[in-house]
Design a protein around this ligand. Structure first.
Ligand SMILES: Cc1ncc(COP(=O)(O)O)c(C=O)c1O
Length: 387
């Protein structure tokens, strides 16, 4: 099996599984319990908070564990807006956000918030000038993702943060789920107030993530109850998951430099292998080393439906992602690719290839070779169908 769908989720690292198994067996106390077993679990949670904070260059007090990126994004946005009554009614995001941000803004629009959805260029990038232009007296929150999950384009977060820092009333939220522990981004340096992360994109477990909340910023909780996470996120802590997240971060610290170097090299070799041999083929997003996460590659083959291609690759033992399917399996072109100016046909015929720490050069070569064989065959079949 060749697994190249690491932006959807990554296989857990065996050492993460070992740590979690150990915690499940031995440190099963409730961190809120007053006895020694509880204290042990609490210590583990606090150690993990320190590890997470170190990766983000912040203090442990600024880290709040959640059930993942979706909850972190919801908490960042709704928790902010629920707290700042009357300070303004305008919020800004982009047309290419992950649904866990985009759909929250859609929900808020229905509740009466004025929402600006920023456009992107053909590479999927927002212009910091446009962000600043969109800010008005009523603006209270801006959400811009770091790395786009469909095409890998990196947004100019540092520059946007610098611009927004001129407007003290405006809070800046960044969804860093696709970049955390891989690409450097320090919230304080980039003037970020809120930043979301998730463990399962870095070979950690599913169902655990965290929200960075800048010091002195107060949010309204989404979940109330026992008052865990300093009252911001009630619910007994998922201790094995939190320990697994910390282990995944430590492993990422060791592996990321080599991973970035390799994935950049392999992506380039992959595209060179296909170069000029498959037509029509479009590379979506930025592929420059500075402008794109090297571990994500999005390709469009207009005329071929991505589901068909995903299944054809699966028959060859290669797992990639299609971006056109929604839950109903209807052919809805990707909102992200449409925002980048792709036609419906181009957006429906896209696949995403994404690498993880376990990916090898040989796997990428094999994937390219299979595409070289499979695409012309599918193109022929599609032509016959159309004819
Ligand atoms: C950019 C981005 N944000 C948020 C999420 C949601 O994270 P989680 O699956 O941990 O809820 C994802 C997951 O695909 C993502 O890619």
């Amino acid at each position: 099996m060749i697994y190249l769908d690491n932006s959807a989720t990554t296989p857990m690292h065996p050492e993460v599984i070992d740590v979690m198994t150990d915690v499940m067996k031995k440190i099963f106390g409730n961190p809120s319990s007053l006895h020694g077993l509880g204290a042990k679990a609490e210590r583990l949670v606090e150690q993990a908070r320190q590890v997470t904070a170190r990766m983000l260059g912040c203090t442990p007090q600024e880290i709040f564990f959640t059930s993942g990126g979706t909850e972190a994004n919801n908490l960042a946005i709704k928790g902010t807006l629920d707290r700042i009554h009357g300070r303004g009614k305008h919020i800004i995001t982009t047309k290419v956000e992950h649904p866990s941000v985009y759909e929250v803004y859609e929900q808020l629009k229905k509740r009466g918030w004025r929402v600006t959805y920023l456009s992107v260029d053909s590479l999927g990038r927002v212009n910091p000038d446009e962000v600043e232009k969109a800010v008005d007296d009523e603006t209270v929150l801006v959400s811009v993702m770091h790395v786009n999950n469909e095409v890998g384009t990196i947004q100019p977060i540092g520059e946007i943060g610098k611009r927004l820092a001129k407007y003290p009333k405006v809070l800046f939220h960044v969804d860093a789920v696709q970049s955390f522990a891989k690409l450097p981004l320090l919230p304080a340096r980039a003037h970020i107030d809120l930043l979301s992360i998730s463990a399962h994109k870095i070979h950690g477990p599913k169902g655990i993530g965290a929200l960075y909340v800048r010091k002195n910023l107060s949010l309204e909780p989404l979940l109330v109850g026992g008052g865990q996470e300093k009252g911001l996120r009630s619910g007994t802590e998922y201790v094995p998951g939190i320990a697994g997240l910390a282990k995944a971060i430590v492993l990422a610290e060791q592996k990321r430099t080599e991973f970035l170097r390799n994935s950049q090299r392999w992506k380039k070799a992959f595209l060179e292998r296909l170069d000029g041999k498959l037509s029509p083929m479009i590379v979506n997003g930025d592929i420059s080393p500075e402008g794109c996460a090297p571990y994500i590659l999005s390709l469009s083959f207009p005329g071929i439906k991505s589901e068909v291609l995903v299944h054809a690759l699966e028959e060859e033992g290669i797992y990639v992602s299609s971006k056109s399917a929604c839950s109903s399996k209807a052919e809805i072109p990707s909102r992200v690719l449409k925002a980048m100016g792709r036609t419906d046909e181009e957006a429906i015929g896209s696949i995403r290839i994404s690498m993880g720490f376990q990916t090898t050069a040989e796997e990428m070569e094999r994937c390219a070779d299979v595409l070289l064989r499979v695409i012309p065959r599918l193109q022929k079949v599609m032509k016959v169908h159309k004819g």
